[in-house]
Design a protein around this ligand. Structure first.
Ligand SMILES: Nc1nc2c(ncn2[C@@H]2O[C@H](COP(=O)(O)OP(=O)(O)OP(=O)(O)O)[C@@H](O)[C@H]2O)c(=O)[nH]1
Ligand SMILES: [Mg+2]
Length: 396
């Protein structure tokens, strides 16, 4: 599960970005990635906001009491004949700016009607693996940090960042990025400052200094804009949220590199997470031609290759049947001999079942520790193998 929190003060661009991401990844990108909505609310939220934007209107400010949960499965298509693989879950919550003010603003306590929302917002940020903090460029460039409204916005933004990056017991701080929104309107200023980092250093120096190690990006959620009758910049009817690929690249940055298929995405900028934390990097795919499964009795004694859940169930079933027949026909010595004979195949199948899930057979060495043994046994019986080939061979 990958939880991405997209957060920011009132008017920072959260709703536009979430809807844009949903729209952009409703089709697969050149590497086959796409977002499958997990429920109707997510699909209709995106459709409604995008339809409004195509009519040349920005979404309404999110109302205090309509916090919207958005849940997608990020999947990857790997060719016409293979099922897409699930990469991770992307879950976001769209809160109203007022809830951020109540949670991180200068008031000492949240107004009673927002108490629950504030708790939910804090849980949302606390549980996130990645936090994207939005700052509206118009606020900092046009209004300037000395305007009271912008000062308050920056105070809240600081509050969000320090809360998100707090190290909590037993858990490292999440990855975080500062994203400057509305880049389409301020492209010249961004260029003149030498990029988004320069904008932050010039207009919000204390944010730039306090959070100098964070990734900083400037994005526009729309690639084409027009002026409406009142002279406001609004999305053009045929806009595309193409620049938001940058956001998805950031989300994917510490994901395992795809096992196979499609073009592989660019190498991650940061090292993959240490084993045991976050997702495990997928080992290199196994060359299918490397090794042929032995035939006849030999296939019960090898420790290479993979065994599917069905094969494993059948093997366990036949072994138990064999034991019952041996018990009925032979004396204790005969049954003991049969059990001894079965030890190797039992280990062989167990190792290969773990391989099917892309787990090393070495784990069987600690299976005698009861909780680990139980978990492994349950996984071997019930968990499916990885899609397509993995580092232990082709799908059985
Ligand atoms: N030109 C331009 N304007 C944008 C872009 N993204 C957001 N905006 C502007 O920023 C405003 C606020 O965007 P929202 O997505 O509604 O902001 P929000 O963070 O959801 O705001 P609240 O719901 O009030 O908390 C929009 O109405 C637009 O005017 C963008 O990519 N380009
Ligand atoms: Mg909103």
């Amino acid at each position: 599960m990958k939880k991405v929190a997209i957060v920011g003060v009132e008017g920072s661009g959260k709703t536009v970005m979430l809807a844009g991401l949903g729209e952009l990844y409703s089709h697969s990108d050149e590497n086959g990635y796409f977002l499958g909505p997990k429920n109707y609310q997510t699909a209709s939220y995106v459709a409604e906001k995008i339809a409004r934007m195509r009519r040349g209107e920005w979404p309404m400010a999110t109302a205090d009491d309509v916090m919207q949960g958005l849940d997608w499965t990020l999947r990857q298509r790997r060719g016409d004949h293979e099922r897409p693989r699930d990469v991770c879950e992307v879950s976001c919550l769209d809160f109203a700016g007022e809830v951020y003010r109540a949670a991180f603003g200068i008031r000492q306590s949240a107004p009673p009607h927002l108490g629950d929302e504030v708790l939910k917002l804090k849980d949302y940020i606390r549980a996130a693996d990645g936090v994207i903090v939005l700052i509206n460029l118009r606020d900092v460039i046009v209004r300037g940090e000395h305007e009271p409204r912008v000062q308050e916005a920056m105070w809240i933004t600081n509050g969000i960042l320090s809360f998100a990056l707090e190290e909590r017991s037993g858990r490292k701080a999440p990855r975080a990025a500062i994203v400057l929104s509305q880049a389409d309107s301020y492209a010249d200023t961004i260029k003149a400052c030498g990029g988004p980092k320069g904008v932050l250093a010039k207009y919000l120096p204390h944010v730039a200094n306090n959070y100098y190690w964070l990734d900083i990006m400037a994005v526009s959620a729309v690639d084409k804009t027009v002026l409406d009758d009142n002279g406001n910049v609004v999305p053009a009817p045929d806009f595309q949220p193409t620049q938001l690929r940058m956001i998805m690249d950031w989300i994917l940055d510490d994901m395992p590199v795809p096992v196979r298929g499609g073009a592989s995405r660019p190498a991650a900028r940061r090292p993959p997470p240490a084993p045991g934390r976050g997702e495990r990097p997928s080992p290199q795919p196994h060359a299918e031609s490397d090794w042929q499964e032995p035939s006849g009795l030999a296939r019960f004694f090898t420790f290479r290759g993979r065994r599917s859940r069905g094969q494993y169930w059948r093997f366990i079933g036949f072994s138990l049947l064999g034991l019952i027949i041996a018990g009925a026909r032979w004396d204790d010595a005969g049954v003991g001999f049969f059990a001894l004979l079965m030890i190797w195949p039992i280990y062989s199948y167990a190792v290969r079942r773990l391989h099917d899930m892309n787990i090393s057979g070495i784990w069987l060495l600690v299976a005698w520790i009861p909780p680990i043994g139980l978990v492994l046994a349950l996984m071997m019986l019930f968990r499916g193998g990885t899609d397509g080939p993995n580092s232990y061979g082709p799908k059985p």
